[in-house]
Design a protein around this ligand. Structure first.
Ligand code: IFM
Length: 484
C-alpha cells in the first residue's frame, strides 16, 4: 500500500516556545528592572504557594545548555520573548546594554545551531515603572512599547527571522485588568478595554518600528483565539457564543487585520464605554500589514445564555477561560481576582468542560484546532498562519533513572499535529508549529504546579533538565516532518 502523502510542506517549521518571565530567572541581574509579574508574584495570595519567577528554570545562566537541548531535538525555530525590563529597566530611555547582550548571544547561539530565532517583544512582563504611570490603560504605554520595539529590532536586526509584537493581548488586557488573575491584578472592566485598545495600538506602532529598524525581518502577532461553541442550537446560545468571540477575538482581529472595531462589539460594550479613548488615527496605525499570524491553541469551550439575560455579572464558580487561560476565581490565584474577564458578555456562562482534561482543567479537542485554522485561512486568504503555542500540562513523575513517562502529553501532541495536518489538507496555509513548551516553567498564577514542558525541570535539584518521553517523540516527529 502506498504511504499517504505528507501534508506538511518541506519548509514547514517545527519549533518550541517559551517566555522570558517564565524561564529566565535572574530577575535582579544584568541591570534588569522589576516587572509587573515580579510585583504581582511577590504579593501574598496572588500566585499558588507564594511562588515567583526569581529563579524559575535559571535559563539566564543555563541558556547554552538549553540551546544544546534544542539542537538535539532537531528544532528548526525557537520562539522566545525578550524581557522589556531587561532592555529598558524603567521602561523608557536608553537601552541597558547588558540586557541586549543576553539576547544577542542567545540569537547568535541559535543561528550557530541552525535554529531560526523568533522573538516575541511582549509576553506580559511590563516594566513596573510603566505600570506606576498607568500601565496599559494609559495611552503613553503604547508609544513606549514602540520605542522598545525599535531598540530590540535595531540591536538584533535581521538575524531574527520574525518579531512578534504581542503574545496573547487578551490575557494581558482581560486577565490583567478585568478578572485580576494576572498581573497587574486590576478588576476594572473599563481599564481592561482601555488596555486592549492600547495593546492594539502598541502592536501597530511596533510593527512600524520593526519594519524601519529591521527591514529584512518579518512582523507578526500572536493571539489566543477562542474557539467557542454554542451550548445548543438556540438563537440565544448562538448569540452568547458570538458575544464571547467578540470580546475574545474580534477586539483584536478587527483593528489589527481589518482596521475596525466591529459594530456588534461596540454595541455589547456600550454599557461600559463609548470607546472615547480611541483617537482618530488609531485604527490606521493599528491596521498594519503583517507577514503571518500566530495562533495559540489549547482547548475549546461551550457557551450559553444565562437565565435572566443581561442580568449582570455573578461571581460564579471557579472556571477556566476558553482558549486555555485561567480566569475567574481559580484557587490557583489564591482566591483573588473574583471578577469576570468576559467584559461585555455578562449574560453568558460556560458549560463545565467535559471529557479527559489536562491538569489545567482544559478539555482536549484537536478538531477545534483544525476548525480554527481553516476558519482563519478562509477569512484571511493570503495571510499565512502558524501555531505559535500548543501543549498540555500533566502531572509528571521523575523516575529514579531520570526518565519521565508522559503518554498523555504524547497523545495530545500527536493528535494536535494531526489536526494541523488536517487543516493543511483542507487548504489552510499553516507554516509552523511551536510546542508549548520547551521545558517546564513558571505557569503564572499556578506557579510551578503545572508542567507543560517537553523537558522536565527538576527545580529542587539545581534546575536539572530531563527529557520526557514526549521530547523524544517530538524529536522523531520533527525528523519525520510530521508523519505520525
Ligand atoms: O504558559 C502560558 C503562556 O505563557 C501563554 N499561553 C498559554 C500558556 C499555558 O497556559
Amino acid at each position: 500500500m502506498a504511504a499517504a502523502a505528507n501534508p506538511f510542506p518541506e519548509d514547514f517549521i517545527w519549533g518550541t516556545a517559551t517566555a522570558s518571565y517564565q524561564i529566565e530567572g535572574a530577575v535582579r541581574e544584568g541591570g534588569r528592572g522589576p516587572s509587573i509579574w515580579d510585583t504581582f508574584s511577590h504579593t501574598p495570595g496572588r500566585v499558588f504557594a507564594g511562588q515567583n519567577g526569581d529563579v524559575t528554570c535559571d535559563h539566564y545562566h543555563r541558556w547554552e545548555e538549553d540551546l544544546d537541548h534544542m539542537a538535539r531535538l532537531g528544532l528548526q525555530a525557537y520562539r522566545f520573548s525578550t524581557a522589556w525590563p531587561r532592555i529598558q529597566p524603567g521602561g523608557v530611555g536608553r537601552a541597558n546594554q547588558a540586557g541586549l547582550d543576553f539576547y544577542d548571544k542567545l540569537v547568535d547561539g541559535l543561528l550557530a545551531r541552525g535554529i531560526r530565532p523568533v522573538a516575541t517583544l511582549y509576553h506580559w512582563d511590563l516594566p513596573q515603572a510603566l505600570q506606576d504611570q498607568g500601565g496599559w490603560p494609559a495611552r503613553d504605554t503604547a508609544r513606549r512599547f514602540a520605542d522598545y520595539a525599535e531598540i530590540v529590532a535595531a540591536a538584533l536586526g535581521d538575524r531574527v527571522e520574525t518579531y512578534t509584537t504581542l503574545n496573547e493581548p487578551w490575557c494581558a488586557a482581560f486577565l490583567g485588568h478585568a478578572s485580576g488573575a494576572h498581573a497587574p491584578g486590576i478588576t476594572n472592566p473599563l481599564a481592561a478595554l482601555k488596555a486592549a485598545h492600547h495593546l492594539n495600538l502598541a502592536h501597530g506602532l511596533a510593527v512600524q518600528a520593526v519594519r524601519a529598524a529591521a527591514p529584512g525581518a518579518q512582523a507578526s502577532v500572536t493571539l489566543n483565539l477562542h474557539v467557542i461553541r454554542p451550548a445548543t442550537d438556540s438563537a440565544e446560545d448562538a448569540d452568547a457564543a458570538r458575544q464571547v468571540k467578540a470580546v475574545g477575538n474580534e477586539i483584536f482581529l478587527g483593528p489589527m487585520l481589518e482596521g475596525v472595531y466591529p459594530a456588534d462589539l461596540l454595541e455589547d460594550l456600550a454599557p461600559v464605554t463609548d470607546f472615547d479613548f480611541v483617537e482618530s488615527e488609531d485604527l490606521t496605525s493599528i491596521n498594519q500589514p503583517i507577514d503571518w499570524l500566530g495562533v495559540n491553541y489549547y482547548s475549546t469551550s461551550a457557551a450559553r445564555r444565562r437565565d435572566g439575560g443581561r442580568a449582570g455579572r455573578t461571581a460564579g464558580p471557579p472556571r477556566v477561560g476558553p482558549g486555555g487561560e485561567t480566569a475567574g476565581t481559580e484557587s490557583s490565584n489564591g482566591g483573588h481576582g473574583p471578577g469576570n474577564p468576559w467584559v461585555g458578555a455578562d449574560c453568558v456562562e460556560f458549560l463545565p468542560p467535559t471529557g479527559p482534561l489536562t491538569d489545567m482543567g482544559w478539555n482536549i479537542d484537536p478538531p477545534g484546532l483544525t476548525e480554527l485554522l481553516v476558519g482563519m485561512a478562509r477569512r484571511y486568504p493570503g495571510l499565512p498562519l502558524a501555531v505559535t503555542e500548543n501543549g498540555s500540562a500533566f502531572g509528571d513523575t521523575l523516575e529514579p533513572d531520570g526518565a519521565v513517562h508522559d503518554p498523555d502529553r504524547i497523545a495530545y501532541l500527536e493528535s494536535h499535529v494531526a489536526a494541523v495536518a488536517e487543516a493543511i489538507a483542507q487548504g489552510a496555509c499553516v507554516t509552523g508549529y511551536y510546542a508549548w513548551s520547551l521545558m517546564d516553567n513558571f505557569e503564572w498564577g499556578h506557579g510551578y504546579s503545572r508542567r507543560f514542558g517537553l523537558i522536565y525541570v527538576d527545580y529542587a535539584n539545581g534546575q536539572a533538565r530531563h527529557w520526557k518521553d514526549s521530547a523524544r517523540r517530538y524529536q522523531q516527529l520533527i525528523a519525520a516532518q510530521g508523519r505520525i
